[in-house]
Design a protein around this ligand. Sequence first.
Ligand SMILES: *Cc1c(COP(=O)(O)O)cnc(C)c1O
Length: 227
Amino acid sequence: MNSIAQGFAKVRHQLQQAELAAQRPVGSVQLLAVSKTKPAADIAAAYWLGQRHFGENYLQEALKKQQELSAFDISWHFIGPIQSNKTKAIASHFAWVHSVDRLKIAERLSEQRPDYLPPLNICLQVNISDETSKSGIDLADLPDLVEQLSRLPRLRLRGVMAIPEPQLDYQAQCQPYRRLYQAVRLLKRSDLDTFSFGMSGDLQAAISEGATMVRIGTALFGERPSQ
Ligand SMILES: *Cc1c(COP(=O)(O)O)cnc(C)c1O
């Protein structure tokens, strides 16, 4: 087995173990393979292992790989910070955006989503670590933003995404996800079915707290070059 095949085997096993430990159905958590900085050949290798959903952070890099892989039936997710001048390309070239953190960006994505494509799936990024440097909306603003985004015609609001401050302690990893999960549940909206929680370092905690999609890069494809 090559190292990407090993990475997928290991992560799929971890996902299954975490689903069982959380008493959730096996297969209920979707794996989003985060391929930022990795070449198209790595994505193709993952594709032949059955992976269909890929996450990218950098628009220009993603567009280039999408072109190289245009023959592949891939669902592309944008998960990086969004500048206003990038919304048109993001609205045209992705199936999902996980990193929406203000109304203005959502409005632009809705206006710019082409008619020939289905509505763009959206997660609101929520800052649950109270660090001023991290992007994401405040939890207190969630109810209003959910209302506002739900009215945008070319978007389909699916749920929330969070990137908590890295913690080694398991309980400390669980806590912010639990708060956000409960805040979303309180809204009593069955259309919010997506919790984009968990990365390579905290996928077990994320799954125990309700993740429906985990975003994994390093554990699948290996370390990225430091920037
Ligand atoms: C890079 C990245 C990931 C994947 O992180 P790993 O630690 O490599 O698994 C997940 N989510 C976001 C938003 C990222 O930028």
